[in-house]
Ligand binder design. Structure first.
Ligand code: THU
Length: 136
């Protein structure tokens, strides 16, 4: 479990990230921040498209940003925070859970629930997930 101060600064990074969101269709701006095992933080926002299905969520943008900067071997996600500009309950979507689990099977996930910030684990959010072990 992250110390409160580290959790709060990860949430603050996520809040700053939604300022960069491109969400002209949903008008729902989302920001995410991931903390890696080595202490680095990467952020992401949602990026929509006129062809709606091409939208990239904030969480996946953050993961892809880390990988494109560091390479996949160094991306081990310890925690993720996700927030939105409407302050409504919103946890990572199914697609993002699958992508997050690839690089952080034991990650802690902080998101806005009905009663405020909630903490969960990737294993709780995506039990029995499909992984690379099935492909070896
Ligand atoms: N969205 C995210 O970025 N992350 C989530 O966890 C949920 C949904 C985005 C996708 C789309 O741009 C908008 O929110 C509405 O679905």
């Amino acid at each position: 479990m992250l110390p409160d101060s580290q959790r709060d600064s990860l949430l603050a990074s996520a809040r700053r990230a939604y300022e960069h969101a491109y969400a002209p269709y949903s008008k729902f701006r989302v920001g995410a921040a991931i903390l890696l095992e080595d202490g680095q933080i990467f952020t992401g926002c949602n990026v929509e498209n006129a062809s709606y299905g091409l939208t990239n969520c904030a969480e996946r943008t953050a993961v892809f940003s880390a990988i494109s900067t560091l390479g996949p071997e160094r991306v081990r996600i310890r925690a993720l925070a996700v927030v939105n500009d409407r302050q409504v309950a919103c946890s990572p979507c199914g697609a993002c859970r699958q992508v997050l689990s690839e690089f952080g099977r034991d990650a802690e996930i902080y998101y806005l629930g009905p009663q405020g910030i909630e903490r969960s684990s990737m294993r709780e959010l995506l039990p029995d997930c499909f992984g690379s072990d099935s492909l070896t």
